[in-house]
Design a protein around this ligand. Structure first.
Ligand SMILES: [Zn+2]
Length: 143
């Protein structure tokens, strides 16, 4: 990756840390996210899974996400092409992160899991066209 995307460094007065803690709701799953550029590419998506979970998602390189605690609590969900890997807490059910289908070198993560960060205070969050996923345009599979 040649360029670094500039992200959001502060949300409603709360600083995004270079290494920021993220937790599920019950706290059994704890992640550490390397966010030297802040919250990069926060977005929603209207694909079949994102429209149900409704989370604001941002991206980190695979090496930038560390499962600190609760690796044994994480459950994996896959569907359709089984390319993306969607993780959630087996106790409280909260989506924490997923390995992306459109860029398997990145994880998407739940911005709402970041300590102290209210994702609904991020202005101008875009919505991806997940119904017409770039990986589906060639094969016309279900979104
Ligand atoms: Zn939990």
């Amino acid at each position: 990756m040649g360029h670094r995307e500039r992200g959001i460094l502060e949300v409603d007065g709360v600083a995004v840390l270079a290494r920021h803690r993220a937790t599920c709701h019950c706290g059994e799953v704890e992640l550490a996210l390397d966010l030297p550029d802040g919250i990069v590419d926060p977005r929603r998506c209207d694909c079949s899974i994102c429209r149900r979970k409704g989370a604001v998602v941002a991206s980190v390189p695979l090496a930038g996400l560390h499962v600190v605690r609760g690796a044994d609590r994480l459950r994996l969900y896959q569907f359709n092409t089984h390319t993306a890997r969607h993780y959630f807490c087996g106790t409280c059910g909260i989506y924490t992160h997923h390995q992306r289908r459109s860029n398997p070198e990145q994880y998407g993560y739940n911005v709402g899991c970041l300590d102290g960060i209210n994702p609904l205070k991020i202005a101008g969050v875009s919505c991806e066209d997940g119904v017409n996923h770039p990986s589906d345009r060639a094969t016309a599979g279900p979104a």
